[in-house]
Ligand binder design. Structure first.
Ligand code: ATP
Ligand code: MG
Length: 589
C-alpha cells in the first residue's frame, strides 16, 4: 500500500508528456480569453461556431484522416470515423434539417444513446444554427415529456424502439414537435407524416454545406441540470463556449495530439456534451465512444485494448470499480493510461488512494456545473494534488468565497483561508445565458458581477478548494453549520464503507441532528457491531457534536441519472414528506 502523504505529485515518467499547464500561477497571470479567441479564429477564420471549430477545421487540414471517433458496440464490434467523415456526415444532417425545413434557432433533441449518429446530429444541428439538446435514454416517458416540453422541441432524433416505448405515448402533449427522425427503423414503425427514417433522409442529403453565420452569442446548446436539488433547469449555452471547452481540454484534461481519450459520461449529462463531444474534437484527438453500459471487466478491457491515455469518469463509476475488487483490475494492463480525471460528485481522499494502490496512479478531481458549461476548478497534472480537494481555479477563472448578507447582497471573504459559498466572476465564455423560461431564477443566481454557485467550499491557504456540500443540503446542528460531505468523507475513510450520505433530522434540542445512510462493502455484516465501529470512528474524527447521531445501513442510495446522491429524497423519505420532482432518479434494479 502506498504511503498516505498529504500531497501527491505526478511522476513525469508516467505522465510521459510534459503537462500543457506547467506553471499554474504564471498562466493564470498571463491568460487572456481574447488571445484564445484569436488563436481559434486564426485556425478557422470566420464566425465562431462550435461544430466548425470541432470538425470542419480538422477536416480541412492535416488531421482529416485521423480517427475522431472510435465507436465500440456492445458485442465487441468497432467502427472508426475520421474527422473528414464526421464533417461530411454532420453537413448532411445540417442539410437534412434545412430540407425539413426548420428555421434558425429550432430545438433539435437527441435521444439515442452513445453512437455515431448522436455526434452527427449534434454537430449538424450546431452548423445549421439550431440548438441541440441530448436526453438520457434511461428516462421514462414522463421525464422526457417534461424536458421536451420545457425545451419546446421542434425535432427529435431517436430510435424506432425508443420512439415506440417512450415518445408515442406522450406525443399528443408535445404540440411543438414537428419532426421525429427514426434510427434503426426496421419496419416496425411506419415512417409517415411527421415520422421519417433518419438514414433514408441522410442518404439523399448532400455532403456539402455552407454554414450560416453564427456569432459568439448565438445559442447553441440546451442542457438540463441533474435535478439533484429540485426540478431540473434548462440551461442555455452559446457558441463561444467552445473557447472554454478548448482551454479546459488543453489544461484540465491535458489532451495532447497523440492521446486516446475516453469520457464515460452518459450522453444525457452535460459532461458528455462538453467533454465527450466538443473538447476532444476541438483538440483533434481520438475519442472512444462506447455503446455499452457500465461493466467493470468490460471497462478495464477497453482501457487496455483501446490504449486509452486520458480517461474522464465520475466517482460513482470509480466506486463501482472499487466494489469489483483489486483482483479484477490487476488482470488488465493500463500501460497507455497517463491521466484519470473525475467530476460530478465529491471525490474523497480514499478514492484517490485507491487509484494509487489499484490503478497505479491518482485520480484528478475537478469541479463544475451545468451552468458553468466547463471545468472551473481542477487538479491539473502539473500541480500537486491534495487528496480530497477539488484543486484550484483554472486560468481565466476567477473563483471567490462569499457570504450572503442577511439583508440581501453578498460579501467576498478576502482572507486566503475561507469557508462559504463558491462564487465565480462573470466573463468565462461557457457561462449559461439563461434558464429556459425562468428569467427570475436566472437573475437570482447573480449578485452584480458574481455568479453564485450554491455550493459550499473551503479554500485553504494554498488556494485549493475543498467541497463541503450544497447549500440546500447544509445541516444546522447545535449551532454548527455542517456541509454533508464533511461528515461523509470521514465515514468513507472507514475501510468497510463504500458510500455514505448524511442528512439533518429535526431535533428539539439541537435544531437538527445528523443521520447517516451507509452502504458497506460486499461481505461485510451491517450489524450492531459494525454500527458501533463506524460511530466510534466518526466520533474520534469529528468529535461528538458533528458525529452522526444515527446510522442506517442501506443496500443502495438514491442517485440521479448522472450519478449524484439525492439527499433531498433521503430527507423527504425520512420525514414522510412529499418526494418532489423525481424525474431524474435512477431506478435501482
Ligand atoms: P440541480 O442543479 O438540478 O440540483 P445538479 O446541481 O446536481 O442538479 P449538475 O449541474 O449536473 O446538476 O451538477 C453540478 C453539481 O455537482 C455541482 O454544483 C456540485 O454540487 C456537484 N459537483 C460537481 N463536481 C463536483 C466535484 N468535483 N466535487 C464535489 N461536487 C461536485
Ligand atoms: Mg445545480
Amino acid at each position: 500500500m502506498i504511503d498516505r502523504s498529504p500531497t501527491i505529485s505526478r511522476d513525469p515518467a508516467q505522465l510521459r508528456l510534459a503537462p500543457n499547464l506547467q506553471d499554474w500561477a504564471h498562466e493564470r497571470e498571463v491568460f487572456r480569453w481574447d488571445a484564445l479567441r484569436e488563436e481559434l479564429l486564426a485556425a478557422a477564420p470566420g464566425s465562431i461556431n462550435i461544430a466548425r471549430l470541432a470538425v470542419d477545421r480538422h477536416a480541412a487540414g492535416p488531421r482529416a484522416q485521423r480517427t475522431a471517433l472510435r465507436c465500440l458496440d456492445r458485442d465487441g464490434g468497432r467502427r472508426d470515423v475520421s474527422f473528414a467523415q464526421l464533417a461530411a456526415r454532420s453537413n448532411q444532417f445540417a442539410n437534412l434539417l434545412a430540407s425539413l425545413p426548420v428555421t434558425t434557432g429550432a430545438r433539435v433533441f437527441v435521444l439515442t444513446g452513445r453512437r455515431v449518429e448522436l455526434y452527427e446530429a449534434v454537430l449538424g444541428t450546431l452548423k445549421a444554427n439550431c440548438i441541440a439538446c441530448v436526453l438520457f435514454t434511461a428516462f421514462g416517458p414522463e421525464p422526457l415529456k417534461t424536458r421536451l416540453k420545457i425545451g419546446a422541441a421542434d425535432v427529435l432524433v431517436t430510435t424506432a424502439a425508443l420512439y415506440q416505448r417512450k415518445i408515442a405515448p406522450i406525443e399528443a402533449d408535445l404540440p411543438s414537435l414537428r419532426h421525429v427522425l427514426l434510427l434503426d427503423d426496421d419496419g416496425a414503425v411506419r415512417p409517415a407524416g411527421h415520422l421519417s427514417s433518419y438514414e433514408r433522409l441522410m442518404a439523399t442529403s448532400p455532403e456539402a454545406f455552407v454554414p450560416p453565420q453564427t456569432t459568439a452569442e448565438t445559442p447553441a446548446l440546451l442542457h438540463f441540470t441533474s435535478g439533484t436539488t429540485g426540478t431540473p433547469k434548462g440551461a442555455v449555452h452559446v457558441h463561444e463556449a467552445a473557447l472554454m471547452h478548448f482551454m479546459t481540454g488543453r489544461y484540465a484534461l491535458d489532451l495532447h495530439d497523440e492521446d486516446v481519450f475516453w469520457c464515460t459520461a452518459d450522453p444525457g449529462w452535460v459532461t458528455a456534451m462538453s467533454y465527450g463531444v466538443i473538447a476532444p474534437l476541438l483538440l483533434g484527438v481520438t475519442s472512444i465512444v462506447d455503446g455499452g453500459d457500465f461493466e467493470a471487466q468490460r471497462w478495464y478491457r477497453i482501457l487496455e485494448e483501446q490504449k486509452v491515455s486520458v480517461w474522464y469518469t465520475a466517482p460513482t463509476a470509480l466506486r463501482l470499480l472499487m466494489k469489483a475488487g483489486p483482483e479484477l483490475a490487476a488482470r488488465f494492463r493500463r500501460q497507455d493510461l497517463r491521466l484519470i480525471a473525475s467530476v460530478g460528485e465529491p471525490l474523497n481522499a480514499e478514492a484517490i488512494w485507491w487509484g494509487m494502490d489499484v490503478l497505479g496512479q491518482p485520480i484528478h478531481d475537478n469541479w463544475w456545473q451545468t451552468e458553468t458549461g466547463g471545468i472551473m476548478i481542477g487538479n491539473t497534472p502539473g500541480q500537486v494534488i491534495k487528496p480530497g480537494s477539488m484543486g484550484r481555479p483554472l486560468p481565466g477563472i476567477d473563483a471567490l468565497v462569499i457570504e450572503r448578507l442577511p439583508g440581501g447582497g453578498v460579501r467576498p471573504i478576502e482572507s486566503a483561508e475561507a469557508s462559504g459559498e463558491l462564487a465565480l466572476r462573470k466573463g468565462w465564455p461557457s457561462m449559461f445565458r439563461a434558464y429556459l423560461n425562468q428569467p427570475d431564477r436566472y437573475f437570482g443566481c447573480f449578485a452584480g458581477e458574481l455568479y453564485l454557485t450554491g455550493d459550499l467550499v473551503r479554500r485553504d491557504v494554498d488556494g485549493y478548494y475543498w467541497f463541503l456540500g450544497r447549500s440546500d443540503d447544509v445541516i444546522k446542528t447545535s449551532g454548527h453549520l455542517v456541509g454533508p460531505f464533511e461528515i461523509e468523507r470521514v465515514l468513507m475513510e472507514h475501510p468497510a464503507v463504500i458510500e455514505a450520505a448524511v442528512i439533518g433530522v429535526p431535533d428539539a434540542l439541537a435544531g437538527e441532528v445528523i443521520k447517516a445512510f451507509v452502504l458497506v462493502r460486499a461481505g461485510i455484516e451491517s450489524d450492531a457491531s459494525m454500527r458501533e465501529q463506524l460511530m466510534a470512528h466518526a466520533r474520534r474524527r469529528l468529535g461528538p457534536a458533528l458525529a452522526p447521531r444515527s446510522i442506517a445501513f442501506v443496500g443502495a442510495l438514491p442517485h440521479t441519472r448522472s450519478g449524484k446522491i439525492m439527499r433531498r429524497l433521503l430527507r423527504a423519505r425520512e420525514l414522510g414528506l412529499p418526494e418532489g420532482d423525481t424525474s431524474a432518479l435512477e431506478t435501482v434494479a
